[in-house]
Design a protein around this ligand. Structure first.
Ligand code: FAD
Length: 357
């Protein structure tokens, strides 16, 4: 056991809320909920905190080659160790576990672009082969340096592992309404497998479609307590916004927003590809958009700001910020289909209000 290092402790406390710092540690987890608050740098913040390793893994393999991956998988299987992987984003705690071995592919950062894909299938457009360690923000940045600049269906989160948990879970991002889910962009996987009683598979890179970047626009939109403190009026505005969800998708928009009592913060209505048209509908900007018409008709106050960008990449950098880490958060997700919205929007709106309040 290493002696207590006061300087190290201060470094950890200082950086605990910094996501990228945590991503770059071999075993750190973004949500302390899944570590049961073990080994917490602010033990006073949690009653269940202790100095034991607890739910953090016992072994770390910072893999640098495919052979490292293969040997680690074999070792885990032979020794019956839970094998987990780690950039630490996982919402449901699959990257931390008692007694586990952590196979970390964070250094697999190679990316190569081709203008015309010639592999299996019918796609003959641009493509990028992306290492498993590449994170959300790194890939759009590299794609933007291509000539002509390219875009990929990355997530809104700048630090999620692109060619790993994000794509393996489907992957949804600001270009998904236009091009489909991230998993639908995959042209091929490079994987390391190891058979045995348990079948393990590790992706070390994959190839996805790329598209030419285009001028884009965004609308930042707010209904909040500076506009009204009338709860019923506020929720009427939220309902009007939600009721139009199918229309946003049908017009190629992605709408990214935060919702809590008296705070609907839309950052943003994204309109890749349509700089000269409104970002809320497919209508010219000199006509009032559907959400605005409905809010106006209901007497609901709001504010909005329209932004135009030379490229989608400029929009992405402008509108998607780093998020924090270190909270004991329990997070979930749900996908509503267009049929759900068409048939059950009232009940969905009521459920969202119940959850938020
Ligand atoms: C703040 C935040 C924002 C997010 N934003 C988005 C978003 O915009 N869009 C979206 O779709 N999702 C988003 N997510 C969800 C995210 O995509 C998933 O949590 C995803 O699983 C994270 O992948 P990771 O590789 O970074 O994380 P990890 O925690 O390292 O891994 C997640 C899972 O993938 C497995 N895995 C990881 N790498 C590999 C590999 N190379 N081979 C095989 N299995 C592997 C792990 O075993 C684990 O089960 C967000 C998550 C957070 C925390």
């Amino acid at each position: 056991m290493l002696p207590f290092d006061a300087a190290k402790c201060v470094e950890i406390q200082t950086n605990w809320g910094d996501k990228q710092w945590n991503n770059d540690r071999p075993i750190s987890n973004l949500w302390t909920f899944w570590t049961n608050n073990t080994c917490h740098p602010f033990p006073e913040s949690s009653q269940s905190s202790s100095c034991a390793r607890g739910f953090y893994g016992d072994y770390v393999v910072p893999a640098k080659t495919r052979e490292h991956i293969k040997y680690t998988i074999d070792f885990a299987r032979q020794n019956k160790l839970p094998l987990i992987r780690n950039t630490g984003h996982d919402f449901i705690g699959r990257t931390t576990c008692w007694g586990s071995i952590i196979l970390n592919t964070h250094v697999f950062k190679d990316v190569t672009f081709v203008k015309k894909y010639t592999g299996p299938g019918t796609w003959r457009g641009g493509a990028a082969t992306v290492g498993a360690g590449i994170q959300g923000r790194e890939l759009p940045r590299l794609a933007n340096k291509q000539r002509p600049p390219q875009v990929v269906v990355a997530g809104e989160c700048p630090t999620v592992g692109f060619a790993s948990g994000y794509i393996l879970g489907g992957g949804c991002g600001p270009l998904a309404s236009l091009y489909g889910m991230a998993a639908d962009q995959v042209l091929s996987f490079e994987v390391v497998t190891a058979s045995g009683k348990t079948f393990h598979l590790c992706c070390d890179s994959l190839t996805v479609k790329t598209y030419n970047d285009l001028p884009s626009s965004a609308v930042i939109f707010n209904v909040n307590f500076t506009h009204t403190i009338d709860f019923e009026l506020y929720w009427k505005g939220v309902d009007a916004f939600h009721f139009l969800s199918n229309r946003y998708v049908e017009n190629g928009l992605v709408v990214h927003y935060e919702l809590s009592p008296l705070r609907l913060h839309v950052q943003a209505f994204l309109n890749p590809k349509r700089p000269l048209r409104s970002s809320m509908t497919n209508q010219p900007t000199n006509r009032r958009e559907a959400p605005v018409r409905q809010l106006d008709a209901g007497g609901i106050p709001y504010s909005r700001e329209t932004k135009q960008f030379q490229t989608f990449f400029d929009l992405y950098v402008d509108d998607f910020e780093d998020e924090g880490s270190g909270a004991s958060a329990l997070t979930g997700g749900w996908i509503y289909t267009r049929k759900d919205i068409a048939q059950n929007a009232t009940a969905i709106n009521a459920a969202q209000r119940l959850t938020a309040e």
